[in-house]
Design a protein around this ligand. Structure first.
Ligand code: FES
Length: 167
């Protein structure tokens, strides 16, 4: 049965209704629920926290404890395209810091998780994203950019800029 009031689209609300039935314990649905919510809303806002708590039957504090643990869950709005540059050992050895500085310089974003004024991009230095064999690696939302060079990063940024343009 559907939650009476929801901040989500009808489609996502129905998906979340089903999600909690897939696990023996409702709270097990919390992390995928927050990820789906974040994809739609942009981040895990106070309203997302409140609704997720009701949906899985735990307190908002419990939800916030999970939120603060997982770095992939956002507690504030980031760019439409969130660029995560890995600087862990494999990527560091193959130029990860240069790629990070390149992204920061190109986009004028100089603080970690900073957002461009148009809200299109944010840049974050992250730990290993599991693409060490293709270092240096960058993750943009759910996409990977591998064996990154400044030129290929520029091309990726241009591609995302184009995607954001109205068709
Ligand atoms: S060290 Fe960068 S992806 Fe693993």
């Amino acid at each position: 049965m559907s939650t009476p009031t929801t901040i989500f689209s009808a489609e996502l609300a129905a998906r979340l209704d089903r999600l909690v039935t897939l696990y023996p314990v409702k709270r097990s649905a919390l992390i995928p629920m927050l990820l789906y919510a974040q994809d739609e809303i942009g981040y895990c806002s106070d309203a997302v926290v409140a609704e997720a708590a009701v949906r899985v039957g735990i307190t908002e504090l419990d939800v916030r404890n999970v939120l603060s643990y997982y770095s992939m869950l956002r507690q504030k709005p980031l760019g439409k395209f969130h660029i995560q540059v890995c600087t862990n050992i494999s990527c560091m050895l193959r130029g990860g810091y240069e790629i990070l500085e390149h992204c920061q310089h190109k986009l004028g974003v100089h603080e970690n998780k900073g957002v461009t004024p148009d809200g299109l991009f944010s840049v974050e230095e992250v730990e290993c994203i599991g693409a060490c064999c293709w270092a240096p690696a960058v993750q943009v939302n759910y996409d990977y950019v591998e064996d990154v060079t400044p030129a290929s990063m520029d091309a990726a940024i241009d591609k995302y800029r184009q995607l954001a343009r109205p068709q």
